[in-house]
Ligand binder design. Structure first.
Ligand SMILES: Cc1cc2nc3c(=O)[nH]c(=O)nc-3n(C[C@H](O)[C@H](O)[C@H](O)COP(=O)(O)O)c2cc1C
Length: 356
C-alpha cells in the first residue's frame, strides 16, 4: 500500500510533486509524464511561450496562451492519472493574469513562490484549482497562513517547504545558504509542519506538507517522510530524463558536472541562485545593443541589470550553453545518465511504501 498525497479532495497516488522549472525546463512533456506515473506534474509558467510565434512582440499574451496549451497537452499525456499543476512566481509581471489563465485552463494546483502569494486565494475563488505557497522558514509560513486566515478565512490546500539545497532562485540570503546545516534546517521543517497543523486544525483540514530541495533518491524521500512530511517536491532529478523539456545539451551539462561545479550565483533579479559553473558564469556579461525586454518580472529595472535573466535561461534551455545560465539544485552532479520518468517514479513509489 502506498501513502497517497491528499490535496483537498485531490488524490495523488504517489506523493511526489515534480517541481516547476523555468524557463522551459518543465513544460507539458515532463509534467504530463510525471502525472501519468501517478505524481503531480508541474509546468513552470516563467516565459512558458518562449518557443511560440509572437513571443518576441507580445511575450505576456503569448505566455498566457501557452499556459492553456501546455496544461491541455500535459493532461492528454497523463491520461487521467495523477494531477497537473503550474508554478507561477509571485514576482512575475502581471502575476494575476497568469493565475487566471491557469485556473481557466483547469490547473489542478497552483504553486506560488519567489515572494509570498498574498492575493492568490481571491484569484481562485469558485474554482477547483488548489493553491499552495512555497515557504522557506517558520516565519514566512506563519505570515502567509495568518494573512490568508484573516483576509480570506481559509488555509492553504498544501504547503511546499523549499530548503537551501533547491535549484533556481533561492529564498535565502547568500550567507544563510553557506551557513545553515542539515540539522538546523530539519528543525525549521518541523516548525513549519507545526504551523500547518495549527492552521489546519482551525479549518478542520489536515494541510499536507511537502519538502523540497535536495531530495534526489528514495532514501532522501524516506528521510523527509520520517521528519513528518506528507510528500516531496523534486526538480533536479527530473532534468536528466528523456521526457524533460530542456535540450540534450542542458541535460548533458548535469551529467558532466562534478560536485565542485555546482555554484551559487547572484541573479540580476537580486536573489541568489544555484547553477552549473560554465563559461557564461565566469565570463563578461552584457546585453546586446538591440536588446528588448521580455516583460518577465514586475520589479526589474532594465537599465540597471548586468544581463537579462530571460535571455540567460532561454539560451540555456535551448542548448546555447556558453550564453546560458544552467540552473540546478545541489545534487545535479549525481546524474550519471538519462533515465525515464517512470523509473524515477517507481523508485519514489517504493520509498513511500517502505515508509508507510
Ligand atoms: C532548473 C530549475 C529551474 C527552476 N525554476 C523554478 C521556477 O521557475 N520557479 C520556482 O518556484 N522554482 C523553480 N525551481 C525550484 C524547484 O521547483 C524545486 O522546488 C527545487 O529545485 C527542488 O529541489 P531539487 O532541485 O533539489 O529537487 C527550479 C529548479 C531548477 C533545478
Amino acid at each position: 500500500m502506498s501513502r497517497a498525497l491528499m490535496i483537498n479532495g485531490l488524490t495523488v497516488p504517489v506523493p511526489v510533486i515534480q517541481g516547476g522549472m523555468g524557463v522551459g525546463v518543465s513544460l507539458s512533456g515532463l509534467a504530463g509524464n510525471v502525472a501519468k506515473c501517478g505524481g503531480v506534474g508541474i509546468i513552470s509558467t516563467a516565459q512558458i511561450g518562449y518557443q511560440e510565434s509572437g513571443f518576441e512582440e507580445h511575450p505576456i499574451e503569448t505566455n498566457l496562451r501557452a499556459i492553456a496549451k501546455h496544461i491541455c497537452r500535459a493532461k492528454e499525456i497523463a491520461g487521467g492519472r495523477g494531477a497537473v499543476g503550474v508554478n507561477i512566481m509571485v514576482a512575475t509581471r502581471r502575476y494575476e493574469d497568469y493565475v487566471k489563465a491557469a485556473v481557466k485552463a483547469g490547473a489542478d494546483l497552483i504553486i506560488s513562490g519567489a515572494g509570498l502569494p498574498t492575493v492568490l486565494p481571491s484569484l481562485v475563488e469558485k474554482s477547483r484549482t488548489r493553491i499552495a505557497p512555497v515557504v522557506s522558514s517558520i516565519k514566512s509560513a506563519s505570515v502567509i497562513c495568518r494573512l490568508w486566515d484573516r483576509k480570506y478565512k481559509r488555509c492553504p490546500d498544501l504547503m511546499v517547504i523549499e530548503g537551501p539545497k533547491a535549484g533556481g532562485h533561492l529564498g535565502f540570503a547568500r550567507e544563510e545558504l553557506e551557513r545553515v546545516t542539515d540539522t538546523e534546517y530539519e528543525k525549521e521543517i518541523q516548525g513549519i509542519i507545526a504551523v500547518s497543523k495549527e492552521y489546519g486544525t482551525k479549518y478542520g483540514y489536515q494541510i499536507p506538507v511537502v519538502v523540497a530541495g535536495g531530495i534526489y533518491d528514495g532514501k532522501d524521500m524516506e528521510h523527509a517522510l520520517e521528519l513528518g512530511a506528507d510528500g516531496v517536491q523534486v526538480a533536479t532529478r527530473f532534468v536528466t530524463t528523456y521526457e524533460c523539456d530542456a535540450s540534450e545539451e542542458y541535460k548533458q551539462a548535469y551529467i558532466d558536472a562534478e560536485e565542485k561545479d555546482i555554484v551559487l550565483v547572484q541573479s540580476p533579479v537580486g536573489m541568489p541562485g544555484r547553477a552549473v559553473k560554465n563559461a557564461f558564469i565566469l565570463g563578461k556579461k552584457d546585453k546586446p545593443k538591440d536588446w528588448k525586454c521580455h516583460q518577465c518580472l514586475a520589479k526589474c529595472n532594465p537599465e540597471k541589470i548586468p544581463y537579462c535573466i530571460t535571455d540567460a535561461l532561454v539560451n540555456a534551455v535551448k542548448g546555447n550553453l556558453d550564453k546560458g545560465l544552467i540552473f540546478c539544485g545541489t545534487n545535479a552532479w549525481r546524474a550519471k545518465k538519462l533515465e525515464h520518468v517512470s523509473e524515477i517514479m517507481e523508485e519514489f513509489k517504493t520509498a513511500a511504501e517502505l515508509s508507510h
